[in-house]
Write a protein that binds this ligand. Sequence first.
Ligand SMILES: [Zn+2]
Length: 164
Amino acid sequence: MLKMFVRFFRKKRMKTLVLRPQGTHYNLKEIYHRINAEYFDNSLDLGITWQGNRNCRPRRSIRLGSYHPHKQMIKIHRILDRPDVPDYFVASIVYHEMLHHVLPPLHFVNRRRRVHHRAFLEKEKEFKEYQLAQEFGVLLKKQIFNTNKLVFNRRKEKISTFKN
Ligand SMILES: [Zn+2]
């Protein structure tokens, strides 16, 4: 019984660790290596993968990227693996997630946790196409949700039609 359980657990664990950085239009590994060299002196050693469905039609919100500190892994949503999404926008999301590794959340005495704290936001602006990426982000929201009622999220890599 124990043996079976261990085998099952191993199998499951291996499955969750499969990385798929090669997309239809973008290779995340290539983007990651470029940013690692340009902004982090090649000092980071993180996994990166596409996740989700490229043709999904989210109704209210979608998380474009996430960083998982325990696995040291970045996940980028496949909705960005399209020719009409510029390279610099995908790169800006990858850069943002890499920053989460370099600048982890801050914990304050009142027990509040800040993920996108001031140091993080300042570093984020060092991305060369920061302004362009911000502007494309607005267009993308309109395109995905087909509405003008758009709100910026606290979690910057998530876009939605509501505030949270
Ligand atoms: Zn973030």
